[in-house]
Design a protein around this ligand. Sequence first.
Ligand SMILES: [Zn+2]
Length: 380
Amino acid sequence: MSNKTIRKIIIILFSIIMMIVAGREFLIRLNQREPIVKGPGVTTIAKLSDYFEDIKGTIGDTDVYIMDGDEEGGTVLIISGGHPNEISGVLTNVLFIENANIIKGRVLLIPFANNSGFTAGHPGEAYPMRYTINTEWGSRWFRFGDRWTNPLHQWPDPEVYVHYPSGQSLSGFDIRNLNRCFPGRENGTLTEKVAFAITQLIKKEKVDMTIDLHEAEPMYPVINTIVAHQRAMDIAVFAEMNLSAYEGIRIGKELSPENLHGLTHRELGDYTDTFALLAETCNPIQDPCRGRTDENLLLTGKDDFILKAGKLGLLFVPFDENGSPVDERVGRHTSTVLELINSFSELYPDKEIIISNVPRYSEVIEKGVGHYLLEPEGNL
Ligand SMILES: [Zn+2]
């Protein structure tokens, strides 16, 4: 055998080993799901396919947690994981699911809205596969996904994505972006079908208010803010005032642009009777100018390059060496959700929703997210 042949064999063997190592990770990503504990307030765990059968048995189907209060009142839906790389929304929903006590009204929660997106990382971004939250009894792990539906489940992308039904042209890859696919399409792509199922759920359950939880990079202008459909603006205004007055949380409020289509705060407000709102916190791992991309950055939000960008005046949020830790981001979301619910209840007293046992901003920062995560039974 010549040296050349031996070299070729070594390269082929090395490639096979790399494929096995990577393939194993991809398989784990596709098949493993983090444990979520059914909290004392959860009445039923339904499926999104209960509202649109077409997605039954597909990766688009996802759990819907239903928490019925003791007294009748309004219904609120909390969505997270529309973008599976924005973790504070998922953790906020899990905190509600595992802790909340519903005294009046109903709370519906979809923690992993784009379930397919949780099975992939974004190519070339060096995203960690999962992250771990430490608790007093041990630790809990959660998947860290991609912003878009996994191309294994929906492919190929068109050159230009034409949003249904507005006809607006968007980037081709945004056809896999759940928050560009609302109100959804019955016979559309997987992502459009998931959006359609959520819209159907809102109609069938007569959801009075929908809150969609997100995160954004510090160089993006829509951050640390509430975006409201025009019918929901008064709810956002009261919530913003109370968050600032009673908890010292500085949060913006923005009106959903009428001509920006596919987003929850626009389409759910236009195509259903729900009051549609979206909240954003600051997640530095999403920022293109970040440095080392690992679990530490995801959870602490500390990054020297973003710090430098802040000193150059390039950021839309205050940012110092303390970073943007996950406890602070989740605390912002729990307080924002609770305050939106309070504002809604004050404005529409016949639809009042009362929730107890969910920690607010200062409590989450003081005790940490892990303090509020329950211990699952069995293997983790
Ligand atoms: Zn988002």
